[in-house]
Design a protein around this ligand. Structure first.
Ligand SMILES: [Zn+2]
Ligand SMILES: [Zn+2]
Length: 294
């Protein structure tokens, strides 16, 4: 397993995916991340707590928009003098059945940064109780279809600045399907990558996969490279930390994935600021400076 030194990253420009105690599955106070950012000279972070529109799921009505906004804006004000920009973001669970609710929410509430992600819930074929039966006797395309179809709908909705952990389903498929099998089937990803390019939605390189069974980023390097070949220009990166130790975990490796695909910067809307986030010099590839604008 490729495992970056957890939490030891310095001088990275941005961690774009963080959960605080305003997510049901995290207990990290926002100031904890901000303090670590100061210590590690990381100038910008995005708080992206969960918001779900599926009744009965943990993040459904967990924390109000007003509470989340107040906590993030207040922290942003307090930490700005110490050199950390805190963006008020969100990670919205996309599912087709609630697309209208999501659209309505986003029309009425302003975030700096909106990640749309597909998650795996109890009724899913990828749930631990039925994933083995689901994977048995099906082709790779059939196995991933329920997840990838939902991700495609999320992208086509045009609602999101970035799509979170594009192939998070890898987490649930191991060992029935290996990450190597998926990496060897870039054609399965092609409709997703094309839709990202067409809608101008950013592809997130999510490093939580490095500390889970998949052992690689969501998505892996070859898929990020394919995205660029297909004309993709907008990439984000985030640790998806839910615990204090996971802050920036794997991000060194994540930025290497971004750079290896030929990107020299992250380009993603962050509030009024959509200036690109430039990668540090150490990520420049052996072939020279990655071409960032074509
Ligand atoms: Zn997620
Ligand atoms: Zn997340």
């Amino acid at each position: 397993m490729i495992q970056d030194t957890a939490g030891q990253a310095f001088d990275l420009p941005f961690d774009g995916h963080l959960h605080t105690d305003l997510s049901p599955d995290s207990d990290v106070p926002i100031d904890d991340y901000a303090a670590q950012a100061v210590e590690r000279r990381i100038p910008e972070i995005a708080i992206t707590d969960h918001v779900d529109f599926v009744p009965g799921t943990p993040a459904f009505s967990y924390a109000s928009f007003e509470d989340r906004e107040r906590v993030a804006r207040d922290a942003a004000e307090r930490w700005a003098p110490r050199g950390v920009t805190i963006r008020f973001g969100v990670e919205i669970t996309y599912d087709r059945a609630h697309e209208a609710d999501i659209r309505n929410h986003l029309a009425r509430h302003a975030y700096d940064f909106v990640i749309g992600s597909v998650h795996v819930y109890a009724g899913s074929p990828y749930h631990v109780s039925r994933v083995a039966a689901w994977a048995a006797g099906r082709s790779l395309a059939e196995i991933v279809a329920p997840y990838f179809d939902e991700v495609l709908a999320a992208i086509r909705s045009g609602l999101f600045d970035a799509i979170g952990h594009l192939d998070f389903v890898k987490r649930y498929l191991v060992p029935h399907v290996t990450p190597a099998q998926l990496a060897a089937a870039p054609d399965l990803y092609e409709p997703l990558l094309d839709a990202l390019v067409q809608t101008g939605t950013a592809l997130e390189v999510n490093t939580s996969g490095l500390r889970q069974a998949a052992g690689e980023t969501y998505p892996a390097s070859p898929i990020v490279e394919r995205y660029r070949v297909l004309g993709g220009t907008r990439v984000s990166a985030g640790s998806d930390a839910h615990r204090r130790e996971a802050f920036t975990a794997g991000l060194e490796a994540g930025y290497r994935v971004v750079a290896a695909a030929g990107f020299g910067e992250l380009a993603v809307r962050r509030g009024a600021d959509d200036a690109p986030v430039t990668l540090p010099d150490r990520f420049r590839t052996a072939e020279g400076v990655p071409a960032t604008r074509t």
